[in-house]
Design a binder for this molecule. Structure first.
Ligand code: SF4
Length: 89
């Protein structure tokens, strides 16, 4: 049986030129820690200064970030045909 990482590696991503998520430069660092902690794809990185950057291309489209962080952050599904194509599950 394959492990989680092996199964996730079978997914395919179509990267859009328009990012489907956006982190405000002034995002509260406490909310930034929430983003880093809850994202299963490790999309977010928080610098020592507290600033958060994101790699939208790795998003699994689970929606957890959009539910938990509603200030200083925006997320929407990628445009049609873009984003992740699941191969298992
Ligand atoms: S939707 Fe899920 S995978 Fe994508 S950035 Fe948010 S928490 Fe991470």
């Amino acid at each position: 049986m394959k492990g989680v990482e092996q199964r996730l590696a079978t997914n395919r991503f179509v990267t859009d030129v328009e990012a489907h998520l956006e982190v405000d430069a002034g995002l509260d660092p406490a909310l930034g820690r929430v983003l880093v902690a809850i994202c299963p794809a490790r999309v977010f990185v928080q610098e020592v200064s507290g600033r958060v950057t994101a790699d939208a291309a790795a998003c699994l489209e689970c929606g957890a970030c959009a539910v938990l962080v509603t200030q200083g952050y925006r997320w929407q599904y990628p445009r049609g045909g873009m984003g992740i194509a699941y191969r298992e599950g």
